[in-house]
Write a new protein. Structure first.
Length: 97
């Protein structure tokens, strides 16, 4: 799924850089260039359509999951690739409110 907000921001910056002489775009359309950059960025940052409330909900879900040993049992690190302690550190990176 494409992130329209991210793609528009990248296209705008590429246009500004080209206009200012800092970059020369040799493609006839920015679309493919923008999407390749956006795909790379989305590999390391959350999708821009995730709201603060949604990120807070994910944080809360993680906290409840790691607090319940019936849910976060011995198999969960194998299934997810993270221990309960590591998920705690992940949750700490997400919005609190």
């Amino acid at each position: 799924m494409r992130d329209r907000v991210l793609s528009e921001a990248i296209a705008s910056v590429l246009g500004d850089l080209e206009r200012d002489g800092d970059l020369v775009v040799t493609s006839s359309t920015l679309g493919p260039v923008v999407e390749r950059i956006a795909d790379a960025v989305l590999g390391v940052v959350p999708h821009t359509s995730l709201s603060q409330l949604e990120l807070h909900g994910v944080r809360s879900l993680i906290q409840h999951a790691i607090a319940d040993q019936r849910f976060f049992d011995w198999e969960m690190p194998t299934l997810t690739g993270f221990t309960a302690e590591e998920f705690g550190h992940i949750a700490d990176k997400l919005p609190r409110e």
